[in-house]
Write a protein that binds this ligand. Structure first.
Ligand SMILES: [Zn+2]
Length: 342
C-alpha cells in the first residue's frame, strides 16, 4: 500500500482508543527494524525523520528506503513524518519529497533553539497548514517547549518553564487548523530527562487531561517519550559505554496519556540505546569480527525488540488491517470540505 496520511492513522487510533509510536530513523537498518516489528505485531506505524536525518540520508535515500518499506510490507499502513520542521520552507520541501505528514515546530524560532512568541507560532503554523492540507498532508504543531536538545534541536533548559497552557492550546488549534498538537508536560528530548523516577511534580500528566478536556477531538502528541530503560543502560555500560544514570518516561505514564487523547508517541532514544548496546556487545565479545553485518544485524534485532514492546504497550498492535488507506488526494478534498463548512 502507498504511504498513508498520519491524520488517518491518528483518527483510527482515536476510534480504537490506542496510541501510535512514531519512531525516528536515519538508515536502512532502523527502517527494517520498525517495519519488521510492525509486521510481527500487525501494527500501523509512523516513521519520522528529523532535519538531521534528512541531511544524513541526503533525502533521496530516505525516500527510496521508505518506498522499499511499503513494497516489502504492503500490509502495513505507514506514515512518513517530518519531525520538528523549523520553518515553512523545511515543511514544504518535505511535502515535495513525499512525506505524508509534517511537524511545524513554531514554538521555537527558525534556529530551532530560541523560544518564539505565540503570534509567530500561529503565523508559521497556519502557513504550513494551508500548503500541507492542499496536498492532503497532515500537520502537527507544538505549543509550549520541551527541555533538552536532540539532533541540534531544542531550547535546552528547564522543561517546567514553558508547559503548554490549556486555554492557549484551544486558541492555537482554532487559529491554525492543525491535525495534531505536541504538548509540553515537563519532559525533555534525549536520554537525560529526569534524575530520579519522575513524579507528578516533574511529569505533569494532569496537564494532558486538562488539554484533552478542552480539545477532545485534537490528537495529542508526546515528545521526549523514551523510557530509557535500565536494562538498555546496563548493556551499554557493561560493554564499555559511559551512560550516566538517568530516568525516562515510564511506559505506564504514556498509557495514562493514551487514555486522555495522546495518539502519537515519539520514541528515539530507546532505539538508539538498543542498537548501541548490541554493537558494543559484539565488539567486546568478538573483537575478531569486522564484517559490518556481524554487528548491524544484532543491532537491528535489538531495536526491533524495543519497537515491538512499545507497539504492544501503546495498543497499536493488531490494528494494521483495520482500514483501507485514503489517498492523499482524497484527504485534500476532506480538508477543503472542512474549510467550506467552517
Ligand atoms: Zn520532539
Amino acid at each position: 500500500m502507498p504511504m498513508v496520511s498520519m491524520r488517518q492513522l491518528l483518527d483510527e487510533a482515536a476510534k480504537g482508543g490506542y496510541g501510535v509510536g512514531a519512531f525516528n530513523v536515519n538508515n536502512m537498518e532502523q527502517i527494517q527494524a520498525i517495519m519488521e516489528a510492525a509486521r510481527e505485531t500487525k501494527s500501523p506505524v509512523i516513521i519520522q525523520a528529523s532535519r538531521g536525518a534528512r541531511t544524513y540520508t541526503n533525502d533521496r535515500f530516505l525516500y527510496h528506503l521508505m518506498l522499499a518499506a511499503t513494497e516489502v510490507y504492503p500490509e502495513i499502513p505507514v506514515a512518513l513524518h517530518q519531525d520538528h520542521g523549523n520553518s515553512p520552507a523545511t515543511c514544504k520541501s518535505a511535502i515535495e519529497m513525499g512525506f505524508t505528514s509534517v511537524m511545524m515546530d513554531g514554538s521555537l524560532m527558525e534556529d530551532g533553539k530560541t523560544p518564539s512568541t505565540f503570534d509567530y507560532n500561529i503565523r508559521v503554523t497556519r502557513e504550513v497548514v494551508e500548503l500541507a492540507h492542499e496536498k492532503g498532508v497532515t500537520v502537527e504543531g507544538e505549543l509550549g517547549t520541551l527541555g533538552g536538545i536532540e539532533d541540534g534541536h531544542g531550547a535546552g533548559g528547564d522543561p517546567m518553564a514553558h508547559l503548554t497552557d490549556p486555554d492557549q492550546a484551544v486558541e492555537f488549534v482554532e487559529r491554525t487548523g492543525i491535525d495534531a498538537l505536541a504538548v509540553a508536560i515537563g519532559t525533555s528530548h534525549g536520554a537525560y530527562k529526569f534524575s530520579k523516577k519522575p513524579t507528578g511534580e516533574v511529569l505533569v500528566m494532569k496537564r494532558i487531561e486538562e488539554i484533552h478536556t478542552k480539545l477532545p477531538t485534537t490528537h495529542l502528541v508526546m515528545h521526549g517519550s523514551s523510557s530509557v530503560p535500565q536494562d538498555l543502560q546496563d548493556v551499554i555500560n557493561k560493554y564499555g559505554g559511559k551512560m550516566k544514570p538517568t530516568f525516562g518516561v515510564p511506559v505506564e505514564e504514556i498509557q495514562k496519556g493514551i487514555q486522555h487523547g495522546v495518539r502519537k508517541i515519539n520514541v528515539d532514544t530507546d532505539n538508539r540505546m538498543a542498537m548501541t548496546g548490541a554493537i558494543r556487545k559484539v565488539f567486546a565479545e568478538k573483537p575478531e569480527a569486522f564484517d559490518p553485518r556481524d554487528y548491524l544485524k544484532p543491532a537491528r534485532d535489538a531495536m526491533k525488540e524495543v519497537v515491538k514492546k512499545r507497539m504492544v504497550a501503546f495498543g497499536q498492535a493488531g490494528h494494521a488491517g483495520d482500514y483501507t488507506p485514503i489517498p492523499l488526494a482524497e484527504m485534500a478534498k476532506f480538508y477543503k470540505r472542512q474549510l467550506v463548512n467552517a
